[in-house]
Design a protein. Structure first.
Length: 265
């Protein structure tokens, strides 16, 4: 069994053919998926998916790539996170990739939004889903300054160096790898993937983006997380079932969920 620790089933590429997407999850033994919020306005759609399907869960947060959207505050995030199907705070973090000018001068709003999410996560007890792109030093600094180790979480779709991974691990975070690790030009990331302790490793799709080999170039979906898991098993010299069981247990522990019990064959 596998878990997709990060996807966007509410996005139109997937929501318009949801039943087929869920069926492929079953076919590929993907037992659970976390549907991740990117704005407060879209959160009701994310929550509705989680409420309608026992194996889907939701997060609540505002992505740093959305500057012109309703700004969250701690009280709102804590209130929305109180729903039993909401298991995480985020996706949140910092993204300086498209910044025009010096991030120190023009991205203060991102850093303040990130701090709000960390404070809300600590208040609600719901772990963080952290996005970081071209901003790893500031990301780790804010996590430390705001005491994020008290709640932990996941560095999602990880593409940074081993030094950044180690900094996140030291704060109690998990490292989640996506289909990017299967790409031909991702050898540096594969070096990181070999080093992450097995009990801190997660897998994800970030669907509908970043489909893994052998589906690269297609619309990604949660069922394809199996290919990420099988690739990492080969990379680390593990049986695929061992990798699947470990990453599933890690997901359940990170997000405070009970294990899924399967009937005997």
């Amino acid at each position: 069994m596998y878990v997709d620790s990060h996807c966007h089933l509410d996005f139109p590429e997937l929501s318009q053919r949801l039943e087929a997407v869920l069926e492929r999850m079953r076919e590929n033994r993907v037992d659970r998926a976390l549907c991740v919020s990117v704005t407060l306005d879209d959160f009701p759609r994310v929550l509705a998916l989680a409420e309608s399907h026992p194996h889907l869960y939701a997060s609540v947060g505002v992505h740093p790539d959305y500057p012109d959207t309703r700004e969250p505050d701690v009280a709102t995030l804590v209130r929305l996170a109180a729903h039993p199907k909401v298991i995480a705070t985020g996706e949140t973090g910092l993204d300086y990739y498209r910044t025009q000018g010096d991030p120190a001068e023009c991205c203060g709003w991102q850093r303040e939004r990130f701090r709000v999410h960390v404070r809300a996560a600590r208040a609600s007890g719901k772990p963080l889903i952290v996005h970081t792109r071209s901003a790893s030093a500031d990301t780790l600094a804010i996590l430390r300054e705001e005491g994020a180790e008290a709640v932990g979480g996941v560095m999602h779709c990880f593409t940074e160096t081993w030094e950044v991974a180690r900094g996140a691990l030291d704060l109690g975070f998990h490292i989640s790898l996506s289909g990017i690790v299967t790409f031909r030009n991702a050898e540096a990331l594969r070096d990181v993937a070999r080093k992450v302790p097995l009990d801190r490793l997660l897998i994800e799709t970030d669907a509908p983006y970043l489909a893994p080999v052998p589906h690269r170039g297609r619309t990604n979906e949660p069922g394809f997380v199996r290919h990420v898991g099988e690739f990492l098993a080969r990379l680390r010299g593990l049986d695929p079932e061992t990798l699947a069981q470990a990453t599933t247990a890690n997901f359940n522990r990170c997000f405070r969920l009970p294990e899924v019990r399967h009937a005997a064959a």
